[in-house]
Design a protein around this ligand. Structure first.
Ligand code: NCD
Length: 329
């Protein structure tokens, strides 16, 4: 954990609501900045990016632009998809993704100073950090756009966008669906962000977790306040037959203060081919990845397993977001 004096407080950092023509120069910190219109817009641009990549691999829309990827926590997909997105659009990347032990952070530099430095070289910063609220602090320090790539147990807005895009691609709709979130709903920031985004649509929710990993109350209250039908259970059998989306997550070992608690719940769920026999033929199985043991590898050959298609969608969504904040979409 980075534990340094804070120069900016959370209240210093306003979060702009993004509208279709208002992305240029903006930070992307929270899913709450998006409206159904701006989501539809980003999805349209992501579709164009997909068509372009399939046709010619890439282009030079962002030539001469530089992205800094600053990751204080491990990452495979988020960092590499941002790098791939920038490079397929002709831009370049300063990758600080191999652990900040190789940067001046290990000498005691504050997040504020690191951000103020990196913005001198780049046009946009993607930040992953273990502290909730850190992306907003970075955004307050920086004049260039900051994109939140996961802040502790807080949010992971670009993951939620790619998750929502995947649901739309796989099911062909976002309304009138039953979404079951399964696993670590307490610490899983992807669940927190996706749940909030789905409130924009006619969605019925099931939250499936062991007692100690239930969805935090503020998120649950948001779901209830939005008037959504919601069910909480620890038993995946309760929802398997009616779920349109099974959004399965890893138990977030690194967030536990008491590892004996982790040991109690780490193998609570396992999605198997036998279980999937009871699911809808049209169901979609998603996972933000990395997977540990919660989805049996034999499920990978089930056509309903969408998690690797979901990975690819991440690159198209991040291409769209980079183009949008850099004023090129
Ligand atoms: C997730 C994350 O970092 O929050 N991974 C990702 O970005 N795809 C999920 C996880 O670590 O379990």
């Amino acid at each position: 954990m980075i534990n340094r004096p804070r120069i900016f407080t959370l209240d210093d950092a306003p979060q702009a609501v993004l509208n279709q023509h208002g992305f240029a120069g903006q930070d992307i910190l929270s899913v709450n900045q998006f409206t159904p219109d701006s989501l539809a817009y980003i999805f349209d641009v992501a579709e164009e990016m997909r068509a372009m990549v399939e046709r010619k691999g890439g282009d030079d829309l962002l030539r001469g632009r530089v992205l800094t990827c600053l990751f204080y926590e491990p990452s495979t997909r988020t960092s590499s998809s941002f790098i791939a997105a920038m490079e397929r659009l002709g831009g370049s990347v300063i990758p600080i993704t191999q652990g900040v032990q190789f940067s001046s952070v290990s000498k005691g530099e504050t997040l504020h100073d690191t951000i103020r430095t990196l913005e001198q070289y780049s046009d946009v910063i993607v930040l992953r950090h273990p502290e909730t609220g850190s992306a907003r602090i970075a955004a307050a320090a920086a004049e260039i756009p900051v994109i939140n790539a996961g802040d502790g147990t807080g949010e992971h807005p670009t993951q939620a966008l790619l998750d929502l895009f995947t649901i739309k691609e796989e099911l062909g709709r976002l309304d009138g669906i039953h979404v079951a979130m399964v696993g670590d709903l307490r610490y899983g920031r992807t669940v927190h962000s996706l749940t909030q985004l789905l409130l924009n649509y006619d969605v019925r929710f099931s939250f499936v977790s062991p007692e100690i990993l239930r969805l935090p109350l503020d998120y649950m209250n948001q779901v209830r306040d939005a008037g959504k039908e919601v069910r909480e259970t620890y038993n995946v059998a309760d929802i398997i037959e009616s779920a349109d989306v099974l959004y399965v997550t890893r138990v977030q070992k690194e967030r536990f203060t008491d590892l004996s608690q982790y040991e109690q719940v780490k193998d609570f769920y396992r999605i198997t081919p036998e279980l999937m026999e009871r699911a809808k033929a049209t169901a979609v199985i998603m996972h933000p990845l990395p997977r540990v043991s919660e989805i049996d590898v034999r499920v990978d050959s089930d056509p309903r397993a969408a998690y690797f298609r979901q990975v690819k969608n991440g690159m198209y969504i991040r291409m769209a977001l980079l183009a949008a904040v850099l004023g090129k979409a």
